[in-house]
Design a protein around this ligand. Sequence first.
Ligand SMILES: Cc1cc2nc3c(=O)[nH]c(=O)nc-3n(C[C@H](O)[C@H](O)[C@H](O)COP(=O)(O)O)c2cc1C
Length: 352
Amino acid sequence: MSTLFDPVKLGTIELANRVIMAPMTRSRADEQDLPTDLHVDYYRQRATAGLIISEGAHPSKDGKGYCRTPGIYSPEQVVAWKKVTDAVHAEGGKIVCQIMHVGRVANPENKASDAETVAPSAIQARDKIFTNSGMLPMVMPRALTTEEVGTVIEEYRQATINAFAAGFDGVELHGTSGYLPAQFLSTGSNKRDDQYGGSLENRLRFVLEVLEAMCSVDGAAKVGLRICPGNPFNDLQDDDPQETFATLLDAIDPMGLAYLHIIRLPKGPVDNLALAAEHYHGELIVNDNYGCEEAQSVIVAQKASAVSFGRAYIANPNLVRRFQENIALADFNPGTLYTHGADGFSDYPNAD
Ligand SMILES: Cc1cc2nc3c(=O)[nH]c(=O)nc-3n(C[C@H](O)[C@H](O)[C@H](O)COP(=O)(O)O)c2cc1C
């Protein structure tokens, strides 16, 4: 019988335990979208997790949505991320890079002046986004041409090449929260009439081709996918998320990915954990609002291979030890989630 603290292998990635740090955008990158020495400290401090999934990193300038987020498209970013992965590896940890293209979830205020906001269709998300000038509306995106869709898929491939060059142990496709892959999957944001829109088969094509591109770099066993069927975040709307994601999972099941990272949504239209159990037979990471006890029970019951923790990792760098020794968790300061500097980022102490 395995427990939360036992090793597990996700594809070719060997984890010392099943406590995973969930991906979290923290807006600490510098002006060139580079991770800094603060990131080196922050991720090193959390390296006792069985696996760290990095904050979302954009595969192109167009893919950036939030302020001060790091990229994974330039040679300088590869060098800067290498310092992070080296630090995590020196502590015996593992880290994968989450690749995140926001599509229409954007305002130019947060992007380079020569970047564009692109999406499957020219349909504006009816929502606002955090910028240095406060909350601003998301702008009308330009619909990608069929040829440009191919270019974006190539950007994901190049980002994967870059992530491995930077020393990451794997890559994760961010497929939820209303960002570009989710925009292609969903009927409300995808009104295309080429092979990337219209029928369900066509709406799935972008995600499947991106995964194939990512897997082409160093095999499928280093590639994960994160989804949350039925998630309405960032004005996402799909007529039938149960059917969309059941069909997507049937399609990716034979690919041999390292893992599926599934976020449960108790009040959503789909029972996401049941959907994954029925349609996916590989390694599962489950997420959202787990505590140690519940996480332990899903591992013991073999309902998941590992559990990821987001908010608990903000103020508890050595969360594994807190869980093992039943030490109470520290609370994080919500006021410093997306601010500058070490304050509320890399200055939370370990439990003694
Ligand atoms: C500050 C913050 C930033 C986040 N950024 C990301 C992100 O970049 N990519 C992503 O997939 N999820 C992101 N999430 C969602 C978390 O990965 C996780 O799904 C969520 O916090 C629920 O897990 P928890 O209950 O353990 O906190 C973020 C969450 C928080 C709190």
